[in-house]
Design a protein around this ligand. Structure first.
Ligand code: NIG
Length: 388
């Protein structure tokens, strides 16, 4: 038996299909949205019928946010590290080892509880699809265990054994990469869709990162990469060369990096909440977009550089600090995130798409940047609600 849900009395419906509505976001005013058995059946004027009706009360309805970069499987707290940073200490990623110690020492059921709390927070903030990385296990057992936890909640799981050299491998980075590419990958790949590496001075260099990506490809995983977070480097060029779905951070880009991104299918994923929390400059999103590259915005929720699940916060920073238009920022957290995950079923509200939607307590999407810090998400309709 089919079940239909109607969201009615929508002030403005963002479809992300310019052929069905106004402007790049395909906005339909005074609309209703019919979702049947979890998929969009129709968009149209207000007043449609269905088994269940939600009154949007004139609010804006958008596709659910696609958060394509998070590190949700962790234990412990690094508030002191943040406080020290605000007092002038630099961020160098070294705190990853602190979280690794805490995560290794935490029982699996407690890791589940912590992930569910973060998912509930993300759901309340409008996220309906979420990518979750490992990267705080950094040994065979704990990387595989982190991914086993993550796969309970999302199909978008990423093996990040090459996040940082664990202390027990100090001075033996190549031995560690050998472990990541062999035993750790074998144990982790059954629970992962993607592989990732932190290609940055102080983490892993270009050759080490390439070895990880190639091993992941051979194991059937899709590729993504952390790059150009703390300075310029090989990350973006390597991601493009390897055909990564996404290169994430892109805070420090050269002209050649922008040109490479623009000539590729690799999405540039900006993580402005990390730049906020580490006092980095913000990426030059304007130049990247104007060059023609596809961009996404994601939360990068993790205990060190970006302890937030709020996509609205990322939108506000992107608009105020990175000079993205509000429409571009909305696209980056919906269609952009979907592109970074190589998904075509999410990020838009057109017939056949997943019926994942956000209802705002505001008449238009502009309010997400215009009213920063205000909880404007009235209701989120999507699968993460099951974990709340
Ligand atoms: O994306 N850059 C590497 N990884 C995370 C930070 C992790 C941490 O500091 O715990 C990031 O910012």
């Amino acid at each position: 038996m089919t079940e239909s849900l109607v969201i009615d009395n929508i002030g403005s419906l963002i479809t992300n299909d310019p052929t069905v509505g106004r402007g790049a976001l395909g906005i339909i005013e005074n609309a209703s949205l019919v979702i049947t058995d979890g998929a969009v059946e129709a968009m149209g004027p207000a007043g449609a019928n269905g088994d269940t009706r939600i009154d949007a009360k004139g609010g804006c309805v958008l596709p659910g946010f696609v958060d394509s970069h998070t590190h949700l499987v962790f234990a412990g707290d690094r508030a002191e590290e943040f406080t020290a940073r605000m007092a002038g200490e630099p961020y160098d990623g070294g705190g990853i080892r602190v979280t690794t110690d805490a995560t290794r020492a935490t029982p699996t059921d407690e890791l589940h509880r912590l992930v569910r709390l973060r998912l509930a927070e993300a759901h309340r903030a409008g996220t309906t699809t979420i990518e979750i990385k490992s990267g705080y296990g950094l040994n065979v057992t704990d990387e595989a265990r982190s991914l086993e936890v993550a796969e309970h909640y999302t199909t978008e799981t990423t093996f990040l054994g090459a996040h940082l050299l664990p202390s027990e491998y100090e001075g033996r980075a190549d031995d560690y990469i050998e472990l990541v590419c062999n035993e750790m990958l074998t144990a982790s790949a059954p629970h992962a869709k993607w592989i990732d590496a932190f290609c940055e001075e102080g983490a892993f260099d270009e050759d080490q990162s390439r070895a990880v990506l190639e091993a992941g490809r051979a194991a059937g995983l899709g590729l993504r990469l952390h790059g150009n977070q703390l300075g310029t480097g090989a990350g973006v060029q390597l991601a493009v060369e390897c055909g990564c779905a996404s290169v994430d951070h892109c805070t420090h880009l050269t002209d050649a990096d922008i040109e490479a991104l623009a000539g590729s299918d690799t999405v540039a994923t900006f993580l402005p909440a990390a730049d906020f929390s580490t006092r980095q400059p913000y990426p030059d999103a304007r130049r990247v977009i104007d060059a023609g590259a596809t961009v996404a915005l994601a939360s990068n929720c993790n205990p060190g550089s970006s302890y937030t699940t709020s996509i609205s916060f990322c939108i506000a920073i992107a608009v105020r600090e990175m000079h993205m238009t509000i429409d571009e920022a909305i696209q980056a957290v919906t269609l952009g995130g979907a592109a970074a995950l190589q998904r075509t079923d999410i990020g838009h509200l057109t017939p056949g798409a997943s019926g994942h939607a956000v209802i705002l307590a505001a008449p238009s999407h502009h309010h997400l940047a215009y009213r920063p810090g205000v909880p404007l998400i009235r209701q989120t309709i999507g699968p993460l609600g099951a974990f709340v």
